[in-house]
Design a binder for this molecule. Structure first.
Ligand code: BDR
Ligand code: CA
Length: 331
């Protein structure tokens, strides 16, 4: 299986990168490239963050580029109050040059075949929508797309009805669901909010990361997110949406889903970014989404623990990673 990650790190996106790099190091996946979208922070800043995290996770060589810098029609809003000024909580990635050839990276990856290629989007859908408009022939070839976004018939986290990724670029979200020829696996807030991390569990995970360079920074990155969730009344803990999304995309946790038609409201001020699913088939349209309705969150945290073990072994130069390869949802 090959993966393109389009993300906006972002604290929970960082957990997604930690998992994917472990899976790549253990030979479970090939991480074709990482691209970034503007959301939690501007796309260039997110690319710096991603580059740093990839390096801390031992894979600085993964092709990386920043995607489309601004939403399709609305002004960019970022969220320093949620993810910190840098996008990585209390941590700061070093300055570096950022490439912008994101669509060339996607096209190269698509040219290698799409039967086993998974595009996972854990930020706003700006780049994916732009890709659908400017490269429709390549977009049409994508067979496996998984998206974190939307609050489908569920309270939003940005407005009463909208989730952040869809709210930041509602036109992009609307376009992607209108244009996709293949149902998109949609991990929306009602499911991803259940992927909760508490300080004690974080301490254990940092311990499991052992001598991996990422271990040194994960607490500073995450503490900001704990504080944000406490400030908004969720308690001193954090929802790690994007990690669960990656695990569902890779079919590494059990989950339930339903095929349906999803649409996103883009133009109304009140309902901006609101997503709906036609669960009764009233629109009589082809399904464009595979809406995830439940997921095994406990198993997801076990998988992440495995990823921490892989990073610890890589850092220790331990060649027994082969033993860790056999990871399936039914293990
Ligand atoms: C989503 O918004 C971002 O803040 C997170 O990274 C996640 O992708 C959750 O609404
Ligand atoms: Ca994100």
């Amino acid at each position: 299986m090959r993966v393109i990650l389009d993300c906006d790190p972002g604290i929970d996106d960082t957990y997604a990168i930690i998992f994917l790099t472990a899976a790549a190091q253990a030979g479970l996946i090939e991480l074709d490239c990482v691209t970034t979208t503007s959301g939690n922070a501007p796309a260039d800043q997110c690319a710096r963050n991603a580059a740093w995290v990839l390096g801390l996770c031992g894979l600085p060589i993964i092709p990386l580029a920043a995607g489309v810098p601004e939403p399709l029609e609305v002004d960019l809003t970022t969220t320093p109050e949620t993810h910190g000024d840098t996008g990585l909580g209390y941590a700061t990635a070093p300055e570096r040059h950022v490439e912008h050839d994101w669509d060339a990276l996607w096209i190269d990856s698509i040219a290698r075949g799409t039967d086993d290629l998974h595009l996972i989007v854990t930020g706003p859908l700006t780049s994916l929508a732009a890709f659908a408009h400017t490269h429709p022939e390549h977009f049409a070839k994508l067979k496996h797309i998984t998206v974190m976004g939307g609050a489908v018939h569920y309270p939003g986290n940005t407005t009463p009805s909208a989730e952040w990724n869809f709210w930041v670029d509602p036109h992009a979200a609307a376009d992607v669901f209108a244009l996709t020829p293949t149902p998109i696996t949609l991990c929306s807030l009602g499911v991803t909010e259940k992927m909760v991390l508490k300080p004690e569990a974080l301490a254990e995970l940092v311990d499991r990361l052992g001598g991996s360079p990422v271990a040194e920074h994960l607490e500073a990155i995450t503490r900001f997110y704990f504080e944000f969730h406490q400030d908004v009344g969720e308690g001193y803990q954090a929802q790690i949406h994007d990690l669960l999304t990656v695990l569902i995309a890779l079919d590494l946790v059990d989950y339930q889903s339903t095929e349906t038609t999803v649409a996103v409201e883009a133009d109304s001020e009140l309902m901006r970014g609101t997503s709906v699913a036609d669960l009764r088939g009233i629109w009589e349209r082809e399904p464009n989404a595979c809406l995830v309705t439940e997921a095994d969150v406990e198993a997801a945290w076990e998988r992440f623990g495995w990823a921490c073990d892989v990073h610890a072994k890589v850092a220790a130069g331990d060649a027994e990673i082969e033993e860790l390869r056999h990871l399936r949802a039914d293990d």
